[in-house]
Each structure stands twice: as C-alpha cells, then as structure tokens.
Design a binder for this molecule. Sequence first.
Ligand SMILES: [Fe+2]
Length: 250
Amino acid sequence: MGFLQNIFNRKKKEAIPFQDFGALITDIHSHLIPGIDDGSKSLDDSISLILGLQSLGYKKLITTPHVMFDYYRNDKEKILSGLKRLKEALVLHKIDMEVEAAAEYFLDDHFEELIKTKELLTFGKKMVLFELSFFEEPKLLDQIIFNLQLEGYQPVLAHPERYPYWHRSFSNYEKLIDKGVIFQANLGSFSGNYGPEVMKTAEKLVENNWISILGSDTHHMMHIQLFQTLKTNPVIQRLLNEDSLLNSKL
Ligand SMILES: [Fe+2]
C-alpha cells in the first residue's frame, strides 16, 4: 500500500524554465585574455565580453587561451601575466567576476612535450582542456590520453561534437568515455552555429549522457548575442534540470 501510495504521490520533476546560465555558475572555455589568440583583441574587448557573460548569469570564468605551436605560442608565463592584467582591469572597472586561467591545448608535438615536463595549466582537479584538428583524425590520441593520465591529469576534450570525422562513428566517442575522458560541449553547438551535423551530434552526445561540462567558447560579442537566444533551448534546459554537469563544481 505504502509503495503504491509512493508511486501516486511521486511528483514528476518539473522542468524549470531558465532565465540565464546562472545555474552553471562557472564557464569553462573562453578566449578572454587580450591579444594572445583569436579571441579578445584588447582589454576593452575583454571587459565587454566579461560584462556580457556576467549578464548571462555566470559568476566565475575559467578562460582558456589557445596553445597551438604553429599559431599561438602561448606558455604558462604569457597566459598568467595576461590574466594578471585582466584582473587589474576588472578591479579598475569595479566588475565583480572571478576569473581564472587554464588553456586550450591543441594536440601537437608541443603538447606531448608539455605533458612530459608537467608544464600544463589546469583547472578543477588537474583537468586539462585539449582540442583536436577539425580536419583529420588524430594519430596517437590513445597514447596521449594515457600519458596525461599517467601524469595524474584528467583529460577534458573540448567540443567533441565539432570533429566531423567522428560524426558517423559514435564508437570513437564511446571509446574515449570508456578511457575516462570528460567531454565539454559548446553552447553554440546547440543553436546550429557550427552547422546542422554538429548540432545533431551535440544532441546525440547529450542523449548518451556523455556531456559533463558546458562551455561558451566565447571569442567575440557575436557569441554573447547568440547565447542570449539559447535561453529557451530545450536540450540545454534538460542538461541544467538534470543537474549532472560539473560546471558549478569548478
Ligand atoms: Fe576554444
């Protein structure tokens, strides 16, 4: 009797319409340090982007400049000194936003070297954000993941939905999940910003419960405007309601 009563009394979890991304607390993945990659071009740019992210509800930003040997030769010192300048500007403008820096490492030979020398910038519990080529499937990915884990790092794959060579072979994603890789999806992927295939893949990754972190991957103000339109997105709403994302713990 008690059991039946429980079933009838059990309330279906209500879908709470969300006003903004405040429930996430933290954004992990953006390009807010001026002049060191293809994101913010100036301190003024950075301030506008940070105010934009604040208006979306974020309380903390872990910004992740590109580290890509052939294009953006950023290192720990360059990123951390950029972060210091950015934080000083926030104080000057009286903007209440917590900002930290890690990096978005492109999987190249240089990244392999940094793993060996333990020179990586991390967030959370030794998490390392890394990205792959958009054009060709990476070689030695398994080895690199193994090396990262051997050094005590937690690999976090940036925007897995954006790699076209895996769109029709989901077993590749499953293998990475089985190895303990964490997936970070981009907000913009759910709007079709990167094309219909990317959107479909992002939704399928959510269906499989493989997305643990949502990132804005903010580069410019157009991204902020795009995120405003995502406040009614059903897939993002589902992710926020399920409360399974790691963002708020970072
Ligand atoms: Fe990025």
